[in-house]
Design a protein around this ligand. Structure first.
Ligand code: MN
Length: 739
């Protein structure tokens, strides 16, 4: 049909369908009167609402919802979905509200129409303003679609009809529509296995974007068909004869590779036309799986198969549920043909994917939730898709990249020992595999057995590998190295979470040790030994008084400064065993080992307080301890206020050699991915060593507190690095810690 012919533009040159045509189709599988009435009501409602409006291609507007509903009915979807197809533009284009739809057609139809309207609105705002679709826009479309698989199916039918009839639009809009179709709708149709829709969308996009290439391929195909027709016919006849002889039920057809898939082979993969073995294929449909293998065996006995071209997608289905046997053979005339053998069910799935699996079954009691669950378990990627879409923290660009990488481009199919297929992106390892099975399997993985051989966790998996994960309850769990091995976003985020949890529990151990140390110092000051301290505090009264389960809890409370050592000592009624005497130890051997001048003395042994870690530049004060000389604290350290008598003036020496001092800091930030990496990054970029870092997640507030020990020469430098850290996105507070 020529595009110059104005009449051919009506409905893009496609035949127009009437409501009766649609009714003929759905009446075959929907018998319930209520359901049929709902569809009819939806049609009449749309008819009335869109009355008097015409499309760019010249026909009345109602033909758009009619064609969308026709495409849907062909997929054998249920009454709710067909009705939504009729009503999908009513809220957006007429004065109808979503509440009215809910009242007239029920909540389910309304929620589908609402989701479709939102996607449409987004596109409109884009059409009027921005030139390019941003990642943010695409993310919103996917978010809208991830809620209900039926939204995707209606949206795909809508897009397909709009693409068929795009000729009425401006060149610029056609291009944008085609580009978006290839970027957003084709990948999702592919992953849902809606092959018929996918390939029509691809061919139309190519036709609009690169008409010369499209027509060139079309021409080559026609030539090839003409030339091969005879050889194809005789091949089909011979196979049919043979199958008939053997009493094998079959149906045999031929199929031509789609223009877009030829385009991909020619232009994106650099093949020549003659190198494409599967331009022409013979498809044999039979009744059982076993027959499929029998048929392919019989064919291989007559025609020579091309080595390396046999593919068993029955044993290893594709991620979109596609199943079939493929083989390329050389015909008697020396031509290459692809042979595809599958059952009737497999063929339906090959053509309409998820829709075939989810075909409307009258009277089936399965609920929406159950259906969505079933889909998610059959199409395991869909579960990842929903999870990824639900996690709103990622920015749009990341989301789209992850979607593309983890979901649309996954290409390795690995089997569990029980034969379940797990799809992974190329380069994925047993760690990715383990996390796809279950977070717990990932977290406790210790090794992997691939095809019966024990392999290291960084082994790259290939399609068809059978992988078994060895787990252990004694596993130390994920480590930093796993971040380099894992390829999928979901595994990476689980590993990061596990690592943070681990540091948080390490933190607990540390707190016990530090709290104990603090308490021990206070007991020592009043002349009590470790053992004496432990026997004093291990008493039930004291644990009860401070609301602790055990002594470790008490240490933690001391460390957190929820309970002071003095409170404990007072509660126990302990008195100092001896009066303390102030005796300062002089340094005799070297001149410069103390950085601090105490009183006017430069040669007094000093220790820097562990609690407040003073550094040059800080205002400081000395605290005279029993037996340990003078401890230097920051002037505002709460640990020194107890006993004013023991304080002594102190200041930093002015001729200090440059040296780094440890400082404990605390960073508070709102959660996001790569937060810790970014913080560590800027700290080390400024040549500040970090000797410890731990993280504490606060799930309720979606924030994280990091504690770190960094090494700096003085307070000025510390101040500078604080500013650098505060500039990291998400960080809202940085402080020194006083223990
Ligand atoms: Mn529409």
């Amino acid at each position: 049909m020529s595009s110059k012919d104005i009449k051919s533009k009506i409905n893009g040159g496609y035949p127009l369908h009437t409501f009766e045509d649609i009714k003929d189709i759905y009446s075959l599988y929907i018998e319930d009167k209520k359901s049929r009435d709902l569809i009819e009501k939806a049609y009449n409602y749309a008819l009335k609402k869109h009355e008097g409006v015409y499309r760019n291609t010249g026909e009345e507007y109602i033909h758009h919802p009619l064609e969308v509903a026709y495409i849907l009915a062909k997929l054998h979807v249920g009454p709710i979905t067909i009705s939504s197809g009729f009503l999908h533009d009513v809220v957006e284009d007429t004065d109808t509200s979503i509440e009215t739809i809910a009242k007239e057609f029920g909540k389910e139809v309304a929620s589908l129409v609402d989701a479709l309207t939102k996607i449409q609105r987004l596109k409109l705002s884009h059409d009027q303003g921005k030139i390019n679709f941003t990642a943010e826009d695409h993310k919103k479309i996917f978010l809208g679609m991830s809620k209900d698989i039926r939204v995707i199916i209606v949206k795909l039918a809508d897009r397909l009809h709009n693409m068929r009839t795009a000729e009425g639009l401006s060149t610029e809009r056609i291009e944008r529509l085609s580009q978006e179709t290839l970027e957003v709708f084709v990948p999702i149709a592919h992953r849902l296995g809606l092959y018929t829709i996918q390939s029509e969308l691809e061919d139309l996009s190519l036709k609009y974007l690169r008409p010369e290439i499209y027509h060139h391929i079309e021409e080559m195909l026609n030539k090839k068909m003409k030339y091969r027709k005879k050889s194809l016919d005789s091949l089909m006849k011979r196979i049919a004869d043979m199958l008939f002889e053997k009493h094998i039920p079959f149906e045999i057809t031929s199929r031509v590779k789609s223009i877009y898939s030829i385009y991909k082979k020619l232009y994106l993969k650099g093949h020549t036309f003659d190198e494409i073995y599967d331009v022409l294929a013979i498809r044999i449909i039979t009744d059982t799986e076993l027959r499929c293998y029998e048929i392919i065996g019989l064919i291989h006995a007559i025609y020579k198969p091309i080595p390396g071209r046999f593919k068993d997608y029955i044993a290893v289905p594709k991620a979109n549920m596609y199943q079939s046997l493929h083989s390329s053979i050389i015909s008697g005339a020396g031509d290459f043909f692809e042979v595809q053998v599958r059952t009737k069910e497999m063929n339906e799935i090959a053509e309409t994917g998820v829709a075939a699996h989810w075909k409307y079954k009258e009277g089936s009691k399965s609920s929406r939730k159950k259906e969505q669950k079933e889909i998610e378990s059959k199409l395991h990627w869909f579960r990842d898709f929903v999870a990824m879409s639900a996690d709103n923290s990622d920015d749009a660009k990341n989301y789209m990249d992850n979607l593309r990488h983890d979901i649309f481009e996954s290409s390795v199919y690995v089997l569990t020992p029980l034969g379940k297929v797990i799809d992974l992106p190329s380069g994925a390892t047993p760690i990715d595999f383990a996390y796809k099975i279950h977070t717990k399997v990932g977290d406790s993985a210790v090794g992997a057995i691939v095809n019966n051989i024990m392999v290291p966790l960084n082994t790259v998996l290939k399609s068809g590998d059978v992988c078994e994960i060895k787990t252990s309850t004694n596993s130390s769990g994920p480590n930093e190295g796993w971040l380099k091995i894992a390829k999928t976003t979901s595994a990476l985020s689980h590993i990061r979470k596990a690592l943070l949890k681990k540091t948080a529990s390490l933190l607990k151990e540390e707190k016990i040790i530090k709290g104990k140390e603090t308490l021990r110092e206070s007991f020592k000051e009043i002349g009590f030994s470790d053992d004496e301290m432990i026997s004093h505090i291990s008493n039930k009264n004291i644990l009860e008084k401070f609301e602790c389960q055990n002594v470790d809890d008490l240490y933690i409370k001391v460390h957190n400064r929820a309970v002071g050592p003095k409170q404990i000592i007072d509660f126990l009624g302990l008195k100092s065993k001896q009066g303390y005497e102030i005796k300062l130890d002089k340094i005799h051997d070297t001149n410069d080992s103390s950085p601090v001048i105490v009183g006017n003395e430069t040669k007094i042994a000093t220790t820097l307080g562990n609690c407040c870690s003073p550094i040059p530049g800080d205002d400081i004060v000395g605290y005279i301890t029993k037996g340990k000389g003078v401890t230097i604290h920051r002037i505002d350290c709460p640990n020194i206020t107890r006993d004013r008598k023991r304080l002594i003036e102190a200041s930093w020496r002015e001729d200090l050699p440059t040296k780094n001092y440890p400082v404990d800091i605390e960073i508070k930030a709102t959660d996001r991915s790569n937060l810790l990496t970014d913080i560590m990054g800027v700290i080390s970029q400024h040549n500040v060593p970090i000797s410890a870092i731990s993280a504490h997640l606060h799930n309720e507030t979606q924030t994280t507190t990091f504690t770190a020990t960094i090494h700096v020469s003085d307070s000025k430098r510390l101040h500078d690095i604080f500013n650098v850290i505060l500039n990291v996105r998400g960080v809202y507070e940085v402080d020194r810690i006083i223990h």
